[in-house]
Ligand binder design. Structure first.
Ligand code: FES
Length: 121
């Protein structure tokens, strides 16, 4: 039996994904059949940048701190995080950047854009 470690809520779609112990956010979302934006998957490009509104994440590999610091000065709420490397430490809530989409990988279901409003609220 697989043991869930934490839940990841993705806003504004308000969709919740289960993360396994040690699982990165993008991998937990992919396992559930969705895709968050990303490119390098190494914490170096910022393509996956999202906003951590609730909870704490750990980075098991080094990430580009300058990306997080630069993003932090641009916004007053939430903390920047890089879901490609972020591992939830307990339940978390992240908010996608404007213009980003939570996309269903295998078709069917619903895609969610960051500016679609809060489906399921
Ligand atoms: S995909 Fe490049 S920093 Fe996350």
């Amino acid at each position: 039996m697989t043991k869930v470690k934490s839940m990841i809520r993705v806003l504004p779609a308000n969709v919740v994904f289960a993360a396994l112990p040690g699982e990165r956010v993008v991998d937990a979302v992919r396992r559930a059949g969705y895709r968050l934006p990303y490119a390098c998957r190494r914490g170096g490009c910022g393509a996956c940048l999202a906003w951590l509104e609730v909870g704490v994440v750990d980075y098991l590999s080094p990430v580009a701190d300058e990306l997080l610091e630069a993003a932090h000065t641009d916004r007053s709420s939430g903390r920047p995080c890089l879901p490609c490397q972020a591992v939830p430490r307990g339940d978390i809530t992240i908010r996608l950047e404007e213009g980003c989409r939570l996309v269903r990988i295998f078709g069917g279901g619903t895609d969610f854009a960051a500016d679609d409003g809060a489906a399921g609220d």
